[in-house]
Structure formats: structure tokens, C-alpha cells
Unconditional design. Structure first.
Length: 94
């Protein structure tokens, strides 16, 4: 059963940076995930729509903050400017 989570208006005002995962964005089209104010923890699998490669498991804290991301440096494409940046349309409800 999926739970509907309202997205606070503040989230749409944060910068569209790909590393602003904490309270700001929803990622992917498969396994849609909302990283909100009170989301406890989850995993991100396929992020090909935002980044190249795979970053594996991303741990999220109880307040939506990142606990551990690992080393993303070499996982990114040579230039992430060639990829679509996250924006308000990427914020979804479950």
C-alpha cells in the first residue's frame, strides 16, 4: 500500500542541484521516491534519468537528510551539464 505524502511548497523553492536530495527532490520514474520532511529511509536503485552509472544504496535519515552517499565522484558522467537537471516537475507524490 502506498502512502500519499504532500510536498510542502518550500521544496519547490530550493535550488535544482542534483546533490540536493535531502528535502528537495523526487528521483527516477521507476520506483518513484519522494524525499520529504519525514520520510524515514529508503533505497534508490536506477537513477539513469538523472545520473550515469549506479550509486548503489543511498541511506536517508528520519528527517530526510542524507546519512551516507559514498563516493559519487567517478559514478557521474564526464559532464553532468549534458543531463537534465532536477526541477519542480521531478517532485512527485507517491
Amino acid at each position: 500500500m502506498q502512502q500519499v505524502i504532500s510536498v510542502p511548497p518550500l521544496l519547490e523553492q530550493e535550488p535544482p542541484a542534483p546533490w540536493a536530495l535531502g528535502r528537495a527532490r523526487a528521483l527516477g520514474t521507476n520506483n518513484t521516491l519522494v524525499l520529504g520532511w519525514t520520510v524515514a529511509s529508503s533505497t534508490i536503485g536506477n537513477l539513469r534519468h538523472q545520473w550515469c552509472g549506479s550509486i548503489g544504496i543511498l541511506l536517508l535519515g528520519h528527517a530526510g537528510a542524507l546519512d551516507a552517499i559514498g563516493n559519487l565522484g567517478r559514478q557521474w558522467c564526464e559532464s553532468f551539464e549534458h543531463h537534465r537537471h532536477l526541477d519542480a516537475l521531478d517532485v512527485r507524490e507517491l
